[in-house]
Structures are given as structure tokens and as C-alpha cells.
Design a protein around this ligand. Sequence first.
Ligand code: 13P
Length: 251
Amino acid sequence: MRSVCIAGNWKMNMSPSEGRAFAKALVEALKDATVRVVVAPPYVTIAPVAEALSGSRITVGAQNMSDNLSGAFTGEVSAPMLKEAGASVVILGHSERRALYGETDEFINRKVRLALAQGLDVILCVGETLAERESGKLEHVLATQTAGGLKDVTSRDMSRVIIAYEPVWAIGTGKTATPEDANAAHAFIRGEIAKLYGKAVAESLIIQYGGSVKPSNVKDLMAMEHIDGALVGGASLTVEQFAPIVRYNIG
Ligand code: 13P
């Protein structure tokens, strides 16, 4: 049995004080949760959130990271800084970073390797646009982004990698992939991992689904064989929505 991980990507929401208060409320609401939970605040909110979550089972992630360790890189934040602030995971290759900030597979791969070398776990995001899906390029895009993002990542380090399948057309749109479509994409990604790393690594890899996950659709998604968690955007910003998503398997 693969383990399950539910992560909340707060995107550019939650100031330090808002994040701290929200994190305290989450600790209360998720006391009985049984799955791994990660929340990823904006950079400046990581430290107060990590402090509010200390002693709880909820861990903290970052939404991005520099591809360098230190130096003259104005506006950037390094892996060691994220760790010191309290992050243990970093989301890399999110489609918003690919589309809005021009991040390529090669650039994302540099960050993936650096994060792993610095002791951060990685959530690597992959996913197709609607145009790519409609023109029959789904598998090509998933294969390229998966292999490109993981180039030179060792089998051993793969135990610290999660892949998030996020179809771009389902992000923030209210349109969710059907559980069957999402499962097919996840199965394809798992097959690509098996080609690169063998069956054992592929079978134990956590693949999250992301794109308009809500309390009302999480159970059907999580019931699918290859869906091992969720990367939640909008619905991770309130206790009312995020708690039932994390507690999908409890009552
Ligand atoms: P939404 O859940 O708001 O669609 O966002 C998904 C996402 O991009 C998470 O990384």
C-alpha cells in the first residue's frame, strides 16, 4: 500500500499573521487526520506557520526555490534558508511558474536536484494544457515533463519525490478531471517512472492529483487506484474546505 499525502498550495495568499492564525486552526481541525499533510505558504509566511505547527503532524512546504545556494540573485530564496525557516518540502514546476515565469524542464530539474541534495523533499508538478490535451499530446507532455524534471535524480532519492499531476485546464476553473481521466494520467506517469527507475520505485511513488479538488469530489478521486493524494489550491485556504479534504477517509 502506498502512503497518502494531501498538500495545500496557498499560492500568493496568507500574510504572516493570517498564516499563523490559520495554521493554529488547522492543527485543531486535523487532530485526528491519518494521512500526511503539507501546507505551502508564501515565503514570508513559512516561519510563523512552521512555528504554529510545531509539535503537530502537519509539515510545511515552500512553493518555489532558487536554483542557486547563495549569492547575487536578487529576489531569490535558497534551499538552506527555506529549511531554516521550517520547510521540509518544496513544490517545483507548478504550471503557474512554467506559464507565467517561463520555467523550463531543464531549469526545474536543476532545482529538483538541488532541493534533494539539500535535504528537502520535492513535489514535482506536471500537467497538460487544454490545447495539448485536445491535440493528442497528453502523453508526450507528461513523459517529457516527468523525465525532464527528474533527469539525474537517483532511485534512492525518488523516495523523497512526490509527483503532482495537475491538468492546467482544471486549475482554479472549477473543472475537475474525471476520476477516470485523472487515474489514466496517473497510471501513465507511473509507467514512465517504471521505465526510468523500475517497478518497485514506480509502485511506491506518491502521485497527487491537483485541479479544483474540493470536499465534494475528493472521495471519488481518492478511490482511484493510482491517485495517492491531492495538491489543493483554492480549497486549502479555509478550514471548512481543507479539513474535510484531508479527512476524506474518516467519517
Ligand atoms: P485549485 O485547487 O485552486 O484548482 O489549484 C490547484 C493547484 O494549482 C494546486 O497547486
